[in-house]
Design a protein around this ligand. Structure first.
Ligand SMILES: C[S@@+](CC[C@H](N)C(=O)[O-])C[C@H]1O[C@@H](n2cnc3c(N)ncnc32)[C@H](O)[C@@H]1O
Length: 278
């Protein structure tokens, strides 16, 4: 049995089911579960949808399992639906919740202090104009995505707007990660892997930015008994006596040119995988 921890539109689950696997599809977003369940109904009891967070995978799924797949971030339906409030391109309520519980992005901006907001935008968005952006967001208290975009535009000097990215990309990423505690969820899922997988089982994670990929890389290195790469060379590193995992990807797998042409959102995807030893 394979756990697809990020069911989304069900594309990955469908590919696994078509190859004969049984799949538990987890998603915290009830709309995703509904749409994917309809799409995958033809596979009958081999597919089981479960609503919940992948950080809780050990509580949600009876293990051990043969595979655990995560395709991090938001789905295209979430991004493209204005009323979900993820997009700086479509105006909608400044929501950004993947599930239907908890605080919206607008409520988060209203609750935290200016300094905390600036730190959050700096750390989770790697945005160097975090301080002026936080100041204007606090002053304007946006309720709509376009109001937030206008605040970011006004806070960043025109000549410093990035060429490759929309000027609000990093701020929106930071707010989304914070609203959904995405890095916390990832850490909990990474910690669950040893207890979740059966011998010979595999975990594969697709990440979309460096904050996620760094965590996956370090966690997988630790599982494979390798030293974390930020330690200075020559230090007497204490390695695990016996690693329970082997790496299936020495370097992250990235999308081919053809795949990027067909699916531009795959351009920043990185896949890493490990296997639990038998
Ligand atoms: C990039 S999409 C997955 C797309 C999917 N692989 C497909 O083939 O259509 C990510 C999905 O994961 C869900 N998600 C993100 N974080 C989650 C979490 N912590 N727990 C459960 N689902 C989560 C989102 O709601 C979204 O539907």
């Amino acid at each position: 049995m394979i756990v697809d921890g990020t069911l989304g539109g069900g594309g990955h689950s469908e590919a696994l089911l078509a190859r004969g696997a049984s799949v538990v599809g987890l998603d915290r977003d009830p709309s995703a579960l509904e749409a994917a369940s309809t799409r995958l109904a033809r596979f009958g009891p081999r597919f089981r949808p479960v609503q919940g967070r992948f950080g809780d995978v050990l509580a949600l799924v009876d293990g051990p399992v043969d595979g655990f797949l995560l395709d991090l971030g938001v789905s295209s339906p979430q991004l493209d639906t204005a009323s979900r409030g993820f997009s700086f391109q479509h105006d909608g309520p400044l929501d950004m919740r993947m599930g239907r519980e908890g605080e919206t992005a607008a409520e988060l901006i209203a609750r935290v202090g200016e300094r905390e907001l600036a730190d959050l935008i700096y750390e989770l968005g790697e945005e160097r104009f975090s301080r002026p952006i936080a100041r204007l967001l606090k002053a304007r208290a946006p309720k709509r995505t376009h109001e937030a975009v206008e605040a970011v535009k006004a806070a960043v000097p025109r000549k410093a707007w990035p060429r490759e990215l929309h000027v609000a990309t990093r701020t929106f990423q930071a707010l989304r990660l914070a609203v959904n505690d995405e890095l916390g969820e990832l850490d909990r899922a990474l910690a669950a892997i040893p207890g979740l997988l059966a011998p010979g089982g595999r975990a594969a994670i697709i990440s979309f930015h460096s904050l996620e990929d760094r965590r996956v890389k370090q966690a997988f290195r630790a599982l494979c008994g390798e030293a974390p790469d930020e330690l200075p060379r020559g230090l007497p590193v204490q390695r695990e006596q016996r690693a329970d995992f082997v790496a299936l990807t020495k370097k992250p797998v990235i999308a081919t040119g053809e795949e990027v042409a067909n699916n531009p959102r795959s351009r920043s995807a990185k896949l890493r995988a490990v296997e639990k030893k038998s």
